[in-house]
Design a protein. Structure first.
Length: 451
């Protein structure tokens, strides 16, 4: 194992050599499975383990986009940290991380060539992260080889903004005309579209994603509906969830039923949105509803940026319980499956999926959702945008006072929306996927001026 420079920070030389030998021996592509943000560490677990079990040649690469232990520890919990081969050390703003990612990819490319790789190397990127967009782009620029996109076709949809003004019952939104929100969430709404542009295997979770990709002009043979890896992640976590210490760490949670709130999207981190949520939650807590608010890194930064600490203090005074990020993914799963979980109020796409899988009532703090299937098809979720404190308080109060089956009728359905054994299915697709032929134009070399 080597400690390298800041950009290509760590490399397991033996694992790299073994992966190259396996690809060359099988005469199959070497798949670079790329971790980026917290959802990747959770969702990609079953795919990594399935590739290992199925002898699919792969190299597990951590881009370093998320590096806080609270965001990355799922690789230990879900049992695949030992398979990690490469860690990039990218840091800083979106632009700085993008530049560093390009340099890191070039350095890793050099290592692969020096190691004797004779087969195409194909990135497998996931979801809507900046890494997914740019890793696939940079590899295409370097080699003329297209990537594989897991969770392809995620696009945000929601009712027209003016529709919210006349809303009396949150469930009415399911009958509105929904429109595309191209820039939400920022920058993920663009990241996911950019990633697919340079991919030739698009793995879509549900039929809506498939239809979206068809509408955008992708060829039928490029697209496969595979389900969501969230389904596998929950399955992997459930046996361990019973060992979670979350109720010992926070004994207050073991009494009564709680609305769990966590926000991190940039749209939720504006001064107006945060004030609406915090004041709305404060009023809800004052009414006697138990509310636990999780302080994400983005939330902490926004509090300082907008000088809203006094608003948070007022919500606390009214009864909102505020806690740091819970240390483990299994803590979240243990809470969601317990009798102490009343509902979720979140802006997380992954939690919208997990709430559906576990049949937990979900409310999404956004004007749109990149999982519209949870609202319109499965009906386990509703949008509740932070338009004002009064709006948040009124609609949370109404939704939580109703019998859950009247607000979220999908909670009683047993048909899985996101499939089963998704990682194994994707691994089989990778095993059979034709090896890409690098574009001829990508092999052209140009002399520098004056040479």
């Amino acid at each position: 194992m080597s400690e390298l420079n800041v950009t290509l920070a760590w490399l397991d030389e033996q694992r790299l050599a073994n992966a190259i030998d396996q690809a060359n021996h099988q005469q199959r592509p070497l798949y670079m499975i790329v971790l980026a943000t917290k959802p990747c560490y959770i969702k990609l677990a079953s795919l990594v383990l399935a590739c290992e079990a199925g002898e699919v040649p792969f190299l597990l690469v951590d881009s370093g986009q998320h590096y806080d232990e609270a965001l990355t520890q799922a690789k230990q919990e879900l049992g695949y940290e030992h398979l990690l081969a490469v860690i990039f050390g990218i840091r800083g703003s979106l632009l700085m991380r993008t530049a560093q990612l390009a340099i890191g990819i070039e350095q890793l490319d050099a290592r692969l060539k020096a190691g004797g790789i004779r087969q195409p190397v194909v990135p497998v990127v996931s979801g809507d992260t900046a890494t997914a967009a740019m890793f696939a782009q940079f590899w295409y620029f370097a080699h003329g080889v297209r990537s594989v996109h897991v969770e392809a076709g995620l696009r945000s949809y929601g009712p027209h903004v003016q529709d919210w003004e006349n809303l009396h019952d949150l469930t009415q939104q399911r009958h509105f005309h929904w429109q595309r929100f191209r820039d939400e969430p920022f920058p993920e709404g663009v990241d996911t579209a950019l990633a697919s542009v340079v991919c030739d295997l698009l793995l879509a979770p549900v039929w809506r994603n498939v239809e979206q990709l068809r509408t955008e002009g992708y060829h039928e043979q490029q697209i496969s509906q595979v389900g969501s890896l969230s389904s596998d992640a929950v399955r992997l976590a459930l046996p361990q969830a019973g060992r979670s210490q979350i109720f010992q760490q926070y004994p207050q949670l073991a009494h009564g039923r709680w609305l769990r709130v966590d926000l991190h999207r940039r749209e939720s981190m504006t001064a107006d949105a945060l004030r609406a949520v915090l004041q709305g939650l404060g009023r809800l807590a004052a009414d006697g509803i138990q509310v636990v608010l999780i302080r994400t890194n983005a939330f902490n930064g926004a509090l300082v940026q907008h000088q809203l600490t006094d608003v948070l203090d007022e919500a606390r005074y009214q009864g909102v319980v505020v806690q740091p990020m819970w240390p483990h993914y299994t803590d979240v799963i243990h809470f969601l499956t317990s009798s102490h979980c009343l509902a979720l109020y979140t802006d997380s796409g992954g939690l919208q999926e997990e709430a559906n899988i576990l049949r937990v009532p979900c409310l999404t703090c956004r004007l749109s959702s990149d999982r519209p299937e949870t609202v319109l098809d499965a009906q386990t979720n509703l949008l509740l945008p932070p338009l004002s404190a009064e709006f948040v308080h009124r609609h949370l109060s109404w939704a939580l006072a109703q019998p859950p089956a009247t607000v979220w009728p999908g909670l009683t359905r047993t048909q899985p929306l996101y499939g089963e054994d998704v990682g194994q299915g994707i691994a089989q697709l990778l095993k059979a996927h034709p090896a890409p032929v690098p574009l001829a134009g990508a092999q052209a070399q140009f002399l520098s001026r004056g040479a």
